[in-house]
Design a protein around this ligand. Structure first.
Ligand SMILES: Cc1cc2nc3c(=O)[nH]c(=O)nc-3n(C[C@H](O)[C@H](O)[C@H](O)COP(=O)(O)OP(=O)(O)OC[C@H]3O[C@@H](n4cnc5c(N)ncnc54)[C@H](O)[C@@H]3O)c2cc1C
Length: 278
């Protein structure tokens, strides 16, 4: 196995151009597990951990937020980034253990593209854009297009995820996750809701081959909340019911499709209510 310890994005892209089949290693919290189980046996590795420019976030002049693909979850949990994107902070706090949050990153969450990745519903609800670069080109892809299926993305060999940009997100935003325990758990259903007045955006995780938005529930919410109305308990339940009709969960070792459907209805309804009560 050859290993390149990249110090800059350009270093990494040059190594990747030479060996487009290289495994990109960021926190390693997904990849090392796969290697330990013998499911992954890369011949070439490009380690990204030494690239400082990937581990940064910044507020952009238009109010949007750039997050480097190598920024660990621990840096999203509190501070300036958490104040700008509270749903991302909530999602980050639910990831694994402190050790996993010190190493794991959004770049890795996107690279793995598990339907249960905790960062992904947030990026999907907030209409984030993924920035990709290769040695010869760069492109920006909406996260909705980037995630194409279970563990499948639009990333081409030779491309590196540099980071994501989240557009300005005024109003309330929150994240909720259901698992078999309160900590160290992969979601069996998750949701991110962002609300600005009557405009509601809802994305669900772990209940379809990839993260999904809920256009029918979003339209129903706009009608329920028109004219500054607050949702009644029945409104919230109806919103949750519609959201649960927009996913396609499976039964697996973590849960059943029926429970996932129920869980989605509950978390979507609660998030809508929470958006009015803080
Ligand atoms: C004990 C444990 C608990 C966990 N709990 C959770 C949890 O609660 N929620 C959750 O969502 N996940 C969880 N995970 C999974 C994992 O921590 C996350 O998916 C994390 O975001 C992966 O980030 P990483 O930097 O470690 O990725 P890595 O393992 O380094 O990489 C993962 C994949 O992404 C690719 N990749 C990484 N960076 C880039 C880049 N810049 N450009 C292109 N491709 C890239 C890699 O090549 C690889 O295919 C857990 C894992 C463990 C071991």
């Amino acid at each position: 196995m050859t290993i390149v310890n990249a110090r800059t994005i350009d270093d990494a892209l040059a190594a990747l151009a030479e060996r487009p089949d290289s495994l990109l290693l960021q926190g390693g919290t997904d990849s090392m597990v796969q290697m330990n189980f013998g499911r992954l046996d890369p011949r070439a590795v490009v380690s990204l951990r030494g690239i400082r420019e990937l581990r940064e976030w910044r507020a952009l002049p238009d109010g949007s937020t750039f997050i480097g693909s190598g920024l660990p979850y621990a840096s999203m949990e509190k501070g300036g980034l958490a104040a700008r994107l509270p749903a991302l902070a909530e999602a980050a706090r639910t990831v694994g253990s402190p050790q996993i949050r010190a190493a794991g990153t959004l770049g890795g969450n996107l690279g793995t593209a598990s339907p249960a990745g905790d960062g992904l519903p947030v990026l999907r609800a907030l209409d984030a854009t993924v920035h990709l670069r290769s040695a010869t080109s760069s492109r920006d892809v909406p996260v909705a297009e980037f995630l194409v299926g279970v563990k499948r993305t639009l990333r081409a060999p030779g491309e590196l995820i540099v980071g994501v940009t989240v557009p300005p997100a005024p109003g309330w935003q929150g994240y909720a996750k259901v698992g078999v325990r309160n900590a160290m758990v992969i979601a069996i259903a998750s949701a991110c809701l962002a609300r600005d007045g009557s405009a509601v955006r809802l994305a669900l995780g772990a209940v379809a081959p990839t993260v999904v938005r809920c256009p029918a529930a979003e339209r129903a919410a706009a009608a329920m909340l028109a004219g500054g109305r607050r949702p009644s308990r029945d409104d919230a339940r109806e919103f949750g019911r519609i959201a649960s009709s927009e996913c396609s969960p499976i039964s697996d070792h973590r849960s059943t499709a029926a429970y996932r459907t129920h869980a989605v209805a509950v978390v979507a309804a609660r998030l809508l209510e929470r958006s009015f009560h803080g």
